[in-house]
Design a protein around this ligand. Structure first.
Ligand code: GDP
Length: 225
């Protein structure tokens, strides 16, 4: 961890050491596989061990990031069809206690209310009841920054007391000044949030930026049991 200055605004950066990077690389050298999808609470699988989850607005780049982190191109579905990915999808790797959970994307303007209500029920119940859930990585598009529905998601996470860490996606898209401004704005917003991890990760699945750091962060969580 170290203090860095981006465009004038001081923000915390996660700088893993060599051992942490090696642990992250080793964890994702394994073949990660799809375990199952849970469309409703009664379908949730028995926890196999600690879990980390990825959440974010539809189209934030969640599937691309999961595929980049696991180095499995087709693991998470990169589908932008509204309503197609309404399940909690569980990924596992042999010999690893950790599970990775892909949470259904939120924020479709056209989503019908019953669908949104079902989503909220499932997510709230999962967040509240899953004692094995160690951290949610909350993805935010670096072109758009934190939106109202991201704030709602943060409120759900705070309410459920689930630790979460914001991950900016698509950092190859904005210019460096705009990216620094988004990073500073995001850091300021999470500073007020009780369950938010203070360090924001910055990633690009396209360019590979921040992927090793995210792997190291996940390996750290896996190691702490
Ligand atoms: P999801 O709906 O959150 O799973 O998002 P996807 O992973 O399907 O990505 C949504 C769109 O953003 C797709 O067109 C991706 O090609 C694009 N995208 C995802 N990650 C990146 C990235 O790191 N950089 C850029 N430039 N585009 C990205």
């Amino acid at each position: 961890m170290q203090q860095a200055v981006d465009g004038g605004a001081p923000v915390l950066r996660y700088v893993p050491d060599a051992d942490e990077l090696a642990a992250g690389a080793a964890l994702f050298r394994r073949p990660w596989q799809f375990r199952m999808g849970a469309p409703a609470l009664e379908h949730l699988p028995e926890p196999l061990g600690p879990e980390i989850a990825f959440a974010g607005r539809s189209n934030v780049g969640k599937s691309s990031l999961i595929n980049a982190v696991t180095a499995r191109r087709g693991l998470a579905r990169t589908s932008n069809t509204p309503g197609r990915t309404q399940e909690l999808n569980f990924f596992v790797a042999e010999g690893v206690a950790l599970s990775i959970v892909d949470m259904p994307g939120y924020g479709f303007a056209s989503a019908p209310k019953p669908l949104v209500d079902a989503w909220t029920r499932l997510i709230r119940a999962y967040l509240r009841g899953r004692v094995t859930l160690r951290r949610v990585f909350l993805l935010v598009d670096s072109r758009h920054g934190v939106k109202a529905n991201d704030e709602e998601m943060m409120a759900l996470l705070d309410e459920a007391a689930v630790p979460y860490q914001v991950v900016l996606t698509k950092c190859d898209k904005p210019g460096s000044k705009a990216l620094a401004a988004t990073l500073a704005d995001t850091a300021a917003r999470i500073a007020r949030r009780p369950a938010a991890f203070p360090i924001v990760l910055v990633t690009s699945s396209e360019k590979g930026t921040g992927i090793d750091e995210l792997r190291a962060a996940i390996a750290g969580i896996a190691a702490s049991g």
